[in-house]
Design a binder for this molecule. Structure first.
Ligand SMILES: [Zn+2]
Ligand SMILES: [Zn+2]
Length: 167
């Protein structure tokens, strides 16, 4: 890919299948040793970055904002849009939900888990988790999922799959 003179050098991060923007931004920032506010400066989006990392997409990101992000993370704005939601689907930013069985297959937070009516994973027919199966601590925002474990007792997400109930 061609890198323009005034564009910052970045290590590119490949988006995962179904990955939420929050999880992607966390991975991108860690790969490039950037804080949220530094990414805010690079993109010119400021504190909007933090809102997106918290999965707050209201007001919905504009095309202009997504283009600004795209030029820094080097992922097409249309691809970024897929990490937000689908048209006509209401998002629910809290609680953060998890299908541990999905996470075991591909370690990322999927945007579809935050769709308002979504209570179970269609792929595994399991109820989505909203807190640690061991200590009941709610999950942190996906941008902060570094090791894929409970922020309090450090139980790995993949282990939680055993306690996930089919409905
Ligand atoms: Zn699943
Ligand atoms: Zn825990």
């Amino acid at each position: 890919m061609e890198i323009g003179a005034e564009e910052p050098h970045v290590f590119e991060v490949e988006p995962l299948n179904g990955e939420s923007l929050s999880h992607f931004l966390g991975r991108f920032r860690r790969e490039n040793y950037l804080t949220s506010s530094q990414l805010g400066k690079l993109t010119g989006l400021g504190a909007v970055i933090l809102r997106w990392e918290k999965l707050y997409f209201n007001p919905f990101p504009t095309r202009q904002e997504l283009e600004a992000m795209a030029s820094v993370v080097r992922v097409d704005a249309d691809r970024l849009t897929q990490m937000l939601s689908s048209k006509g689907v209401t998002m629910k930013p809290r609680p953060i939900r998890l299908c541990a069985a999905c996470y075991a297959e591909q370690p990322c937070h999927r945007i579809e888990w935050q769709f308002k009516e979504k209570m179970k994973c269609d792929r595994h027919q399991l109820r989505l988790l909203t807190k640690c199966t061991n200590c009941e601590t709610p999950f942190s925002i996906p941008a902060d999922w570094v090791q894929g474990e409970c922020p309090h007792c450090f139980l790995p997400f993949t282990t939680m799959a055993k306690r996930q109930k089919s409905r």
